[in-house]
Design a protein around this ligand. Structure first.
Ligand code: PMP
Length: 413
């Protein structure tokens, strides 16, 4: 194999032992979990942080002055600090805690975009987006008379940046792009895109869902205006996520949800709101989940992204090479810069049939459109199979996956 061995400091067996679920079997076979772009597994420290919260600290946030209320508030606000550090925000107040990327993007759509959009305006996105970075824009476009435009990609699955830039016309009031594609693994040149947007005074939203699990993110260095991401793909509990936004944007945005926690004073003569980010956090949040987010970020820190990247990129190269040797296999997405996501098709076999048979071999991969219909339309396919890797995967697992694939391929031919 050409791919060099990853750094030996990465103690993979110790790391795997931190993830209880990885030890289980599926249909009597050792689990090979290659559906990490869908959701990641959780280390024991995250599971224990959630458990510990309910066993020892459970109370509501920001309402009670008693000890437990303070502890719960400290856990929740502590996650804001952790997340701010994780993406290098200039201030913790630039982080709105949400249930995930979908909520984060919808918040920007309804609170930032909708009040600004009028007939004839446009929102620019790309062909490779997840529906979460398409449909909210269509909904607010339909209400305002604006349109949604998509910048094209090429066959390799790379954004055609010159076309994206050409499409940044004066009608465009917001541009939206994935940092990393959930189907292709393509890493988009966000800094360059942000520079072009800034030149034209067009704010840029980045969907960071598939970037944060794999690379250090610095929102200030990227130069974007909004950065949306989800917790459950980065070792954290489901129902956690965040929106980072420049302070001036958050200040200019009206609340999206109304209710408790987000007000200063309520009366029937008029209600005043809390400062950002609290004005966007109505109701009781996923406090235990956010206790887990802090533990997840601590876990990433303990490994370091340098080591994670070295391991994952090595595994991506290995898996790509091995898959290329499978007869009739076509990889969809061959960008020069990729995170460890491999979509593929196998001649003569349906993606869903393959995924079902692979499951019987203990291999969890995803089949389907991956919430990216426009991308499937571009490639002229209804679905792909997708193997998405994490730093706890191994070459042995890739080997087991390829052996299983060759076996099920025979059954379907
Ligand atoms: N964007 C991308 C690129 C994604 O991969 C996903 C999750 N598949 C989402 C948005 C939506 O994330 P969530 O379901 O956690 O809100």
């Amino acid at each position: 194999m050409n791919a060099p061995a990853a750094a030996t400091v990465f103690d993979i067996q110790r790391i795997r032992a931190d993830f209880p679920l990885l030890a289980r079997t599926v249909h009597g076979k050792p689990l090979v979990y290659l559906d990490n772009a869908n959701t990641s597994q959780k280390p024991a420290s995250v599971i224990e942080a959630v458990d510990e919260h309910y066993r020892r600290h459970n109370a509501n946030v920001a309402r009670a002055v008693h000890q437990l209320g303070e502890e719960a508030t400290a856990a929740y606000e502590g996650a804001r600090d952790s997340l701010a550090g994780f993406v290098n925000a200039a201030s913790r107040n630039e982080l709105v805690l949400t249930s995930g990327t979908t909520q984060s993007i919808n918040l920007v759509a309804y609170s930032y975009a909708l009040p600004r959009l009028k007939e004839g305006d446009a929102i620019l996105t790309t062909t490779m987006e997840h529906h979460a970075n398409i449909v909210p824009w269509q909904l607010v476009a339909a209400r305002s008379g604006a349109t949604v435009k998509a910048a094209p990609i090429d066959e390799r699955g790379e954004l055609i940046v010159e076309r994206f830039v050409e499409l940044l016309t004066p009608e465009v009031k917001l541009a939206c792009v994935a940092h990393v594609s959930n189907v292709l693994g393509t890493v988009n040149p966000v800094r360059e895109i942000a520079r072009e947007c800034r030149r034209r005074g067009i704010p840029l939203l980045v969907d960071g869902s598939q970037a944060v699990p794999h690379r250090p993110v610095d929102v200030q260095a990227l130069g974007c205006d909004f950065y949306a991401f989800t917790g459950h793909k980065m070792l954290s509990p489901t129902g956690t996520g965040a929106l980072w936004a420049k302070r001036e944007h958050l200040e200019s945005m009206p609340p999206f949800f109304g209710g408790g926690e987000m007000i200063r004073e309520v009366s029937f003569d008029g209600t005043t709101f809390a400062e950002a980010p609290h004005k966007f956090e109505a109701g009781t949040p996923n406090i235990a989940g956010f206790a887990g987010v802090t533990a997840a970020i601590d876990y990433y820190r303990s490994l370091g992204f340098e080591a994670i990247r070295a391991w994952e990129q090595n595994l991506l190269a290995y898996a790509t090479e091995r898959l290329r040797d499978v007869p009739g296999l076509r990889i969809i997405g061959e960008a020069a810069h990729k995170e460890p996501v491999i979509s593929f098709l196998l001649e003569g076999a349906q993606a869903t049939d393959l995924a079902t048979l692979l499951d019987l071999e203990g291999v969890a991969v995803r089949s389907g459109h991956h919430c990216a219909h426009p991308l499937m339309q571009f490639y002229g396919v209804p679905a792909t199979l997708r193997a998405s890797l994490a730093f706890y995967n191994t070459r042995e697992e890739i080997d087991a996956f390829v052996v299983a694939l060759l076996k099920v391929r025979k059954l379907l031919m």
